[in-house]
Design a binder for this molecule. Structure first.
Ligand SMILES: Nc1ncnc2c1ncn2[C@@H]1O[C@H](COP(=O)(O)OP(=O)(O)O)[C@@H](O)[C@H]1O
Ligand SMILES: [Mg+2]
Length: 365
């Protein structure tokens, strides 16, 4: 366990009967971190979160929170609280009583309880809503109440299981910003579950990408996007062009490759070591390719192809360029800084170019 880990998940497996839902997860989370578990439905996110909460026990391994092993600690004695997707607030109680619900076992004066609830109402920017009935609230407001109800207990860790999943896109984006601001204000460690990659990128300090019960990669948002380690991670986060490649020569700083479709290319070596002749993949994001009508003079990394298709999306356009040697057209994305006319002259020869730094070498998996 590293010194600054506030939550340490060590060698954790979870079986349901013979089915393994979580496999050998090792994750350290720092105090005050906004940490996300990202992966498609069924990959084990909720199971991992429920093990943190104590609703499930690991089959193997141990979870430490704030330096204490959790295996013998029941849910209500853990310094955590959980917020669910279906905002479980009580329809027959008003907002104030909903928020104060968790305090009922604590011996507090009515005045103190009111004070604490008012503090929470301010925090979630609904100061005038204490007397409202829960069924007189919008989805976004209910979710804020659910957050306040969890936060009033001052947990050291807040566990959030797709808390914005039921909201429509616009509200969800607004709530993402609010949630992030809220987390910074209260300084509590958040462990957030989502299947939405944009949401994870927007909110998180770090993200664990999960698939089939395993953590594929744990990194910062930009680390995951810029330097994914496997094809699975690279294609889960955003769009990526992949090329089969063979290593020609590798040093500690640079890898020379022969890539199908691209020809001879050089990519930065990011703590990667490959023997000569190794079969790998080279990947490049659509927005890191430049499209031009003429061969660019300023780079050796240029390739001619045929523009097959384009899609105008307002602020940006997507282009699909076919090149010799590969079947799938290469995706290019560029910002429409100047007014462009769409639809004209679609199939035509174009040039693609890129910088070495834009290339990522991936294990062929
Ligand atoms: N109590 C359970 N009994 C049996 N299988 C379960 C149980 N809970 C979850 N699973 C299975 O474990 C896998 C992971 O589930 P879950 O953690 O809910 O995934 P996610 O939250 O990523 O969608 C799924 O295949 C699910 O069907
Ligand atoms: Mg789930």
């Amino acid at each position: 366990m590293s010194n600054d880990a506030f939550i340490s998940i060590q060698n954790v497996d979870k079986y349901f009967g013979k089915f393994q839902a979580v496999e050998d997860v090792n994750v350290d989370i720092a105090h005050g971190e906004f940490f996300s578990l990202l992966g498609s439905s069924g990959c084990g996110k909720t199971t991992l979160l429920r093990m943190l909460a104590g609703f499930e026990s690991p089959t193997n391994g141990e979870i430490y929170i704030d330096g204490h092993a959790m295996s013998e600690v029941p849910p209500h004695q853990r310094p955590v609280n959980m917020v669910f997707q279906s905002y479980a607030i009580f329809p027959h109680l008003n907002v104030r009583d909903n928020i104060a619900y968790g305090l009922r076992k604590q011996k507090l004066s009515k005045a103190r309880r009111y004070e604490m609830v008012d503090e929470m109402l301010n925090l979630i920017a609904l100061p005038e809503y204490g007397d409202r009935k829960a069924n007189e609230l919008s989805g976004g407001q209910r979710q804020r109440i659910a957050l306040a109800r969890a936060l009033i207990l001052r947990p050291k860790v807040l566990l959030l299981d797709e808390p914005l999943g039921a909201l429509d896109k616009q509200l969800r984006e607004q709530m993402q910003l609010e949630l992030r601001a809220l987390q910074r204000t209260v300084g509590i460690t958040f462990v957030f579950v989502t299947h939405d990659q944009e949401e994870a990128l927007t909110l998180s300090d770090r993200i664990a990408v999960m698939s089939g019960g395993k953590v594929l990669q744990l990194d910062t948002p930009s680390g995951l996007y810029e330097t994914p380690r496997t094809q699975e991670v690279a294609s889960f986060i955003g769009t990526m062009n992949f090329f089969d490649a063979e290593v020609i020569k590798a040093s500690s700083t640079s890898i020379e490759l022969s890539a199908r479709g691209l020809g001879k290319v050089a990519a930065p070596a990011r703590d990667q070591q490959y023997p000569k002749g190794a079969h790998v993949q080279v990947a490049i994001r659509p927005e890191k390719l430049r499209l031009s009508n003429d061969r660019p003079a300023d780079t050796k990394n240029a390739l001619q192809g045929q523009l097959k298709n384009s899609a105008y999306l307002g602020e940006r356009s997507h282009f699909y360029v076919s090149v010799d040697g590969i079947e799938k057209p290469i995706a290019v994305s560029s910002q429409n800084r100047e007014q462009i006319s769409t639809g004209a002259d679609q199939t035509r020869p174009v040039w693609l170019s890129w910088n070495d730094e834009a290339l990522v070498v991936l294990n062929a998996d």
